[in-house]
Design a protein around this ligand. Structure first.
Ligand code: FE
Ligand code: FE
Length: 393
C-alpha cells in the first residue's frame, strides 16, 4: 500500500529543521511522497510587520523543497475558509487517496496533547501518526507509554528519530532581523526573503529616532522582558542626569542592552560566528552571558549606534576594568531598575546616586556571591573589574 506523509505547520519561514525532519520521515517510513501543508494563520491573530502572505509561504516552501522530488506542497488548508481543523484535512485527503496509508507527522508536544485535539478519533480512523522525537532523557518513556496506550485502542503510531536542529520559527525570525539566519535556511529561501523584504531582513534600522527604536526593540524582545528593559532605560536616564553623562546615549544603551537576550544560548554562538567574533573559553562555557557581546554587535551593525553606546552594552553583564561613567551607569541601571527585587538592591540603589564606584563594587560582589552559591564560574572581566576598583581606592 502506498504510504503518504502529511506534514503541517506555519512554516513561517520554512527552515532547514523542517526540511531535515521531512527528509528523515520520508526515509524512515518509506513514504512514497510527503504532503507539506502550511496552516492558515488565523486572521484574528496579530500579524507582525514584514510577515509573508500565504502565497509567499507557499513559494518559500516550494523553494525549500526543490531538491526533494518526493515533497509536494499543498494549499489545501490555505484555501479553506474559517477555522480549519486537522481532522477535516485528513478526511479530505482520505477521499483523495482512499487506498493509501496516510501518516500524520507531528512533534512530541503535539503527540502528547493529541487527545485534546478536535475529533482525534476521526484522525486515527483515517491516518497513522508519525512522531518526531529527539530521544532525550525523560522524553522517551512518556512517548512509549502513550504510543502503547493508543495502539491498544487500534491506532498506529510510528516513532521517527530526528536528531535535528531544534529551532523555533520565532527564534528564526529574530535571527533574520539580526541578519544571521543564513545557515538555517534552505538555499533560495534566504534570497527570496531578502528580495521580498520579509522578516525585517532589510529594515533600515540605523540611527532610528528614539520612539521608533523602542517599537522595534519591543518587537524583538520576549514579552516578559519588556518591563525590565523600559525600567533600565528610565533608570539609565536618571543616573545620566545625576552624574552628568550623555542622556541620549544612556537611553539608547538602556533600551538596547538586552536586545539579543531572547536568542537561545547555542544560537548566541551562531550570532558571534556570523559577525566574525572569536570567543573566549569562558563564553563558550557560558553562552548565556554572550547576550552582552552579541547585543553590542547588533547595536553597532544593525542599529548603527555610536561607540559609547556599544561599549556600555558590551560590559553590562560582567563589568570590566577601566569602566567609564556611561558603562557604570548601564551596568547599575540593569541591576537596580524598579522591577528588580534582588536582596540588597535597596542599598545598591542608594549607592548608585551617592558613589558610583562603591555601587559598582557592591554590584560585582553581589553577583560574585550569587554565582558562588550556584557553583558557577565568575567571568574574568568581573574579576578584573573588582581588582581595578580596589586598586583605584
Ligand atoms: Fe542583560
Ligand atoms: Fe538586562
Amino acid at each position: 500500500m502506498e504510504r503518504i506523509g502529511i506534514y503541517g505547520g506555519t512554516f513561517n519561514p520554512p527552515h532547514i529543521g523542517h526540511m531535515q525532519a521531512a527528509k528523515e520521515a520520508i526515509a524512515a517510513l518509506g513514504l512514497s511522497h510527503l504532503l507539506v501543508i502550511p496552516d492558515r494563520i488565523a486572521p484574528h491573530k496579530e500579524i507582525p510587520q514584514g510577515s509573508p502572505t500565504p502565497q509567499q509561504r507557499l513559494e518559500m516552501l516550494s523553494l525549500a523543497a526543490s531538491d526533494c522530488p518526493r515533497m509536494e506542497i499543498s494549499d489545501i488548508e490555505l484555501n479553506r475558509e474559517g477555522v480549519s481543523y486537522t481532522y477535516q484535512t485528513i478526511q479530505e485527503l482520505k477521499s483523495i487517496y482512499p487506498d493509501a496509508e496516510l501518516v500524520l507527522l507531528m512533534g512530541t508536544d503535539m503527540f502528547l496533547s493529541f487527545h485534546t485535539w478536535r475529533n482525534p478519533e476521526i484522525i486515527l480512523k483515517n491516518a497513522s501518526l508519525g512522531v518526531f522525537y529527539r530521544g532525550e532523557k525523560g522524553e522517551a518513556a512518556a512517548i512509549e507509554a502513550r504510543k502503547a496506550e493508543m495502539e491498544q485502542q487500534g491506532a498506529t503510531v510510528y516513532l521517527v528519530k530526528n536528531p535535528v536542529v531544534n529551532i523555533s520559527s520565532t527564534q528564526m525570525r529574530r535571527l533574520l532581523a539580526f541578519r544571521c539566519a543564513g545557515e538555517f535556511l534552505p538555499e533560495g529561501v534566504l534570497d527570496y526573503i531578502r528580495e521580498h523584504h520579509l522578516y525585517d531582513t532589510r529594515a533600515p534600522w540605523k540611527n532610528l529616532p528614539m520612539e521608533q527604536l523602542e517599537q522595534v526593540v519591543i518587537r524583538l524582545l520576549n514579552p516578559n522582558r519588556v518591563a525590565h528593559v523600559l525600567g533600565c532605560r528610565d533608570t539609565a536616564v536618571k543616573l545620566a542626569e545625576h552624574w552628568g553623562a550623555d542622556v541620549t546615549d544612556a537611553a539608547r544603551a538602556g533600551i538596547l542592552h538586552d536586545i539579543t537576550k531572547a536568542i537561545d544560548g547555542p544560537l548566541q554562538l551562531t550570532l558571534c560566528d556570523a559577525y566574525g567574533k572569536l570567543l573566549s573559553d569562558f563564553s563558550k562555557r557560558y553562552p548565556k552571558t554572550l547576550h552582552a557581546l552579541t547585543g553590542s554587535l547588533v547595536a553597532e551593525r544593525i542599529f548603527g549606534e555610536n561607540k559609547a553606546v556599544v561599549d556600555a552594552i558590551e560590559s553590562h553583564t560582567t563589568g570590566k576594568a577601566n569602566m567609564n561613567t556611561l558603562e557604570k551607569i548601564i551596568y547599575l541601571a540593569d541591576y537596580i531598575e524598579p522591577n528588580r527585587t534582588i536582596p540588597g538592591v535597596e542599598e545598591l540603589r542608594r549607592l548608585s546616586y551617592t558613589d558610583l564606584d562603591a555601587a559598582m563594587k557592591l554590584g560585582l560582589e553581589m553577583t560574585l556571591e550569587h554565582l558562588n552559591r550556584q557553583g558557577a564560574e565568575v567571568s574574568p572581566e568581573s574579576r578584573e573589574a573588582l581588582a581595578w576598583l580596589d586598586s583605584a581606592k
